[in-house]
Each structure stands twice: as structure tokens, then as C-alpha cells.
Ligand binder design. Structure first.
Ligand code: SF4
Length: 412
């Protein structure tokens, strides 16, 4: 061990009282819908039917609407529709202009500002689509877009060109062609259903789709990406879970950004999925004044583990047109990763990634822990900034043919 202290370490410990308040599980309540019966409130179709989609509804429920939000709500139908489930709306604090829930779902005028480097398809999905609704970018897996509808719309959505159809993209997946492509490509062993939100489908429709995919012998692994457990936990019914468990191995990736989204209702919904044997991961997007803070993120990842969800990715917010007011810096993202790794359970530490603009795929970004290396030694630092030296091993003869030999450029 070397004794020198690295300058990157030494982060302030989080305020315990703040951390514990953020980690408390609370019900979303129903302050705006006190007269609704339990049967209606717990019915996911009732929730969808009563979504907040118009400025008049928003003004009635939230007299504290700012001029920027009012203008954003008027313009939303030309860019990405506004829709918020009553359940999720209850999480908004109307007295706080910077409420982290409010910022994610209430449109703002700033969405009309577009920088030259922003794009409508920042991940280059359309250019990697061999058939409509199927993205084949990585060698052994595909993204299968099933719908353009979501329970609520996130103002930073990377697929806002498509979801809600506000821009007239007119998305029409062709399941037969999508499934036929997968069947003809034996290298595809992993299919991720996304959209829009696949869990908006009826149980019957989703079962039909999953059965067809499961019937393809080379498809080993199915995944569903969904924000429904967060926006509409009522949808996670025992019947849905019983249907899903027929298709193992099936993983579900949820999308939660802030500890306040993890309510008692959400925790119960996630437990139903976990009890059906479905491994759960979470994807967060790093958002300015939502979760770009070490204490918030630490509370979030720890709370996810308590919901039996493994924090999987933190995404740097894509360069989606009109999202600059929600994007936090990479600098801040790295600072957050520095405050997680070593400071909390390893299972709670997600991978921070940037989806390379234009379609380069996910690139992991991380604080530097390898300070230098050569053929004899690797110099590393730990989460406290202490520096260590690890003597390099020799590799011997590769076990398998085709392993490229090491050369001088492998020694930095
Ligand atoms: S739930 Fe997902 S697909 Fe739907 S608006 Fe949010 S980020 Fe986009």
C-alpha cells in the first residue's frame, strides 16, 4: 500500500436526517381525489381514464402553476403529449416549484428551446431498425418496440419523437414482421420489449406476444422495460404476475428516478413481481434538480434494494431536443458515482452510462480508480482516496484458441 492520499476522495458524509427522511416509505395518498372509492382508485383502467391531460385540469388541481408550466402545457400536444396518472400526480408538492416529481411530468416552456447538438432520435434507433419497431444495434439482442403509449409521459423521454404520437410519427409496429426477423436471426438470444410501455397491454395481448417470442428456440432471455410500476402500480395485478411467470427467464427493468417515487404502493407492486420470480432492475436518468445529488441518489438506490430491485443503470440524459433544462452534467454524474462506490452496498451501485449520440450504444463512464499500470504493476485508489499498488500477474498460455496475444500497447 502507498500512503499518498488521492485528491478525489474525502467526500462529505450525507446528512443522516435527510437521508432517513428520503428513505421513508409513504403512501402516495389521494389528496386531490379524496372522494373516489377504493375500488375505482385501485383499478388501473380508472387511473388511465382519469389522467391529467389538459391545461384546465392542471390549473384546477394546481393553482400554483407557473407561467412556464402553463405555456408548456399548451404547447405539449405538438411535441410530447402531457399525461399524468392521478396516482402519480398525488406525489407532486404543489407548493414547491422545484418539486422533483413535478419537473419530470409537467411540461415547461423550455421544451421549445433546442440546441444545435440536440436531436429527435439521439440514440440513432431509426437508423438501426431493420423492420419498423425493431432496433438491432448490438450483436445478440434486439429492442422490440410494442406501442407508442405510456401511462404518463416523461418530459425528457428519449423516444419523444415517437411516444404519444404528438409529432405525428405514426408508429405502427408490425408484430409479424418483427417476430419473423427475430426468428430468422439465430444470433438474437435476448429480446427487450419496450415502447411506450408494454405493460399497458391487456394480459391477453401481452401473453400472446410473449408466447410467440418464447416459441423461437434461440431466444433465451426476455426482458420488459416499463415505468408502469412507478406511474401506475395498480396495473401490477396478481393475474398479470401469474401470466408473466410462465415466460421465465423474464426480467423486468423499471424506471424510477427519485426516492419519493418509491411509495408503499410501489413497493407492494414490486414485491408481487419479485414473488413471481421476476428479477428486477432499475434504470434512472440523471436529471437536474431531480436526482443530481449524492444524498438523493444514495437514498434512492438503497430504497430500491429494499423493494427487491437492483439498481442497474444511471443514464446520462440523452441529447433529446428541448431537454437542456433537465440535463445534469457528466461532472455531476461522476461525483454521484464517487459518492456511491464504496460508500454503500455494492449491489446498490448502478453503472453510469452515456448512450453515445447518434447510435454508438451505451458507454460506461466511471471515476478513475486505475491511476496507472504497466507490465509489472497497477496503481489503484480506493473510495477513500488511498492509493495501493497491485503487482501484475503473468497470463500464461491462453486456454482457448483465438484469444489475442497481449502486446506492448496493453501496458499503459
Ligand atoms: S415511460 Fe419511458 S417511454 Fe414512456 S415517456 Fe417515460 S421514458 Fe418515455
Amino acid at each position: 500500500m502507498l500512503t499518498e492520499e488521492a485528491s478525489q476522495g474525502g467526500e462529505e458524509p450525507p446528512d443522516p436526517a435527510r437521508l432517513s427522511a428520503l428513505k421513508a416509505f409513504q403512501s402516495a395518498g389521494r389528496k386531490f381525489w379524496a372522494n373516489v372509492t377504493d375500488a375505482d382508485w385501485n383499478d388501473w383502467r380508472w387511473q388511465l381514464k382519469h389522467r391529467i391531460t389538459r391545461l384546465e385540469q392542471l390549473e384546477r388541481l394546481m393553482p400554483t402553476l407557473t407561467p412556464e408550466e402553463r405555456a408548456g402545457a399548451v404547447l405539449a400536444d405538438t411535441k410530447l403529449a402531457m399525461a399524468i396518472t392521478p396516482y402519480f400526480f398525488n406525489l407532486i408538492d404543489p407548493s414547491d416549484e422545484n418539486c422533483p416529481i413535478r419537473r419530470q411530468v409537467i411540461p415547461r416552456l423550455e421544451e421549445t428551446d433546442t440546441a444545435p447538438w440536440e436531436m429527435t432520435d439521439p440514440c440513432g434507433e431509426d437508423s438501426h431498425s431493420p423492420v419498423p419497431g425493431l432496433v438491432h444495434r448490438y450483436p445478440d439482442r434486439v429492442l422490440f418496440l410494442v406501442t407508442d403509449r405510456c401511462a404518463a409521459y416523461c418530459r425528457y423521454c428519449t423516444r419523444s419523437r415517437l411516444v404519444s404520437n404528438a409529432t405525428g410519427y405514426d408508429f405502427h409496429p408490425e408484430f409479424d414482421r418483427q417476430i419473423d426477423y427475430i426468428a430468422r436471426h439465430p444470433e438474437v438470444r435476448d429480446v427487450l420489449l419496450s415502447g411506450g410501455d408494454p405493460l399497458l397491454f391487456s394480459d391477453e395481448k401481452l401473453e400472446y406476444l410473449l408466447s410467440r417470442l418464447r416459441a423461437i428456440p434461440h431466444v433465451e432471455f426476455l426482458r420488459i422495460g416499463s415505468r408502469i410500476p412507478i406511474f401506475l402500480p395498480q396495473r401490477i395485478t396478481p393475474e398479470l404476475c401469474a401470466m408473466l411467470r410462465q415466460f421465465h427467464p423474464l426480467f423486468v427493468s423499471i424506471h424510477s428516478n427519485h426516492p419519493r417515487e418509491l411509495t408503499t404502493e410501489v413497493r407492494a407492486a414490486l414485491e408481487r413481481l419479485a414473488d413471481a420470480g421476476i428479477p428486477l432492475g432499475n434504470q434512472s436518468v440523471l436529471l437536474r434538480h431531480v436526482n443530481d445529488d449524492v444524498t438523493v441518489m444514495r437514498a434512492h438506490v438503497q430504497k430500491l434494494l429494499m423493494c427487491r430491485v437492483r439498481p442497474y443503470y444511471i443514464y446520462q440524459c440523452d441529447l433529446i431536443a428541448g431537454s437542456a433544462h433537465l440535463r445534469a452534467s457528466v461532472r455531476r454524474g461522476l461525483q454521484i458515482m464517487e459518492g456511491l462506490r464504496g460508500h454503500t452496498t455494492g449491489y446498490a451501485v448502478p453503472t453510469y452510462v452515456i448512450d453515445a449520440p447518434g447510435g454508438g450504444g451505451k458507454v460506461p463512464v466511471s471515476p478513475e480508480y486505475v491511476l496507472s499500470r504497466n507490465k509489472d504493476r497497477v496503481v489503484i485508489r480506493n473510495f477513500e482516496g488511498r492509493i495501493f499498488e497491485y503487482p501484475e500477474a503473468t497470463d500464461g498460455t491462453p486456454l482457448f484458441k483465438g484469444v489475442p496475444p497481449l502486446n506492448e500497447s496493453d501496458f499503459v
